[in-house]
Design a protein. Structure first.
Length: 218
């Protein structure tokens, strides 16, 4: 399982999109960043966040792609993807993913704006488990074998998501960022960047505690 120190925080690098590159290659990995429209913290609504990740991870079984790592923050999504033997080109997958998640956003927007449903935010206080249970859970979480449910952890500095943010029709910005992984060092740097992004934002103190980060099998 990946291991990451808390500091120093990795820095973001420029895009290495390659002219003429074969984006159907089964061996390549791509680091993708998608930012919400106008950087609104729409994915701070836990209901929408879970829907987006369900679509992303569901593509592994449906399309036979590989999601190597991901982290979803209130205003952007990072993920590391390999097309495997899917026969699907990366741009085609991204277009499909963007369309499906936007439909989920429209559905959630109607619930919040038209039906006055409450925005689902992380709890401000969390009841503690008994010590023996906590040790077992903590060990699994720190080894990336388990993920803490977002309803069971207090996330610091979480944005104040408001209903008015859901009035726009757009979920994502038009442009995306993609980076072709070049070598093992580049892969390690990217995995660290994904893991540490929520820590850098101040949501959690260690990356394993963030409920919307995950790592697939090698």
């Amino acid at each position: 399982m990946p291991h990451f120190s808390e500091s120093p925080h990795p820095t973001r690098y420029n895009s290495l999109r390659l002219p003429g590159h074969d984006y159907t290659s089964p061996s390549d990995l791509y680091f993708i960043t998608m930012v919400t429209h106008e950087s609104r913290p729409l994915c701070g609504d836990l209901t929408l966040a879970k829907s987006i990740l369900r679509i992303l991870l569901g593509a592994e079984d449906k399309l036979k792609i590989r999601i190597r790592a991901f982290t979803l923050l209130p205003d952007h999504l990072h993920f590391l993807i390999g097309m495997g033997d899917s026969g699907t080109a990366l741009p085609s997958f991204l277009g499909r993913f963007k369309s499906l998640t936007t439909r989920e956003y429209w559905k959630r927007s109607r619930e919040i704006v038209a039906m006055n449903r409450q925005i689902e935010l992380p709890p401000r206080k969390v009841a503690r488990s008994n010590p023996s249970e906590s040790r077992q859970i903590l060990q699994a979480v720190m080894e990336w074998r388990a993920t803490i449910r977002p309803e069971a952890i207090e996330l610091k500095k979480w944005p104040n998501v408001k209903a008015g943010m859901f009035l726009s029709k757009q979920l994502w910005q038009e442009s995306m960022y993609d980076h072709v992984i070049r070598n093992d060092a580049d892969l390690r740097e990217t995995l660290k960047y994904i893991a540490m992004n929520p820590v850098k934002r101040g949501y959690v103190k260690v990356p394993q505690f963030y409920p919307f980060t995950g790592f697939g099998l090698d």
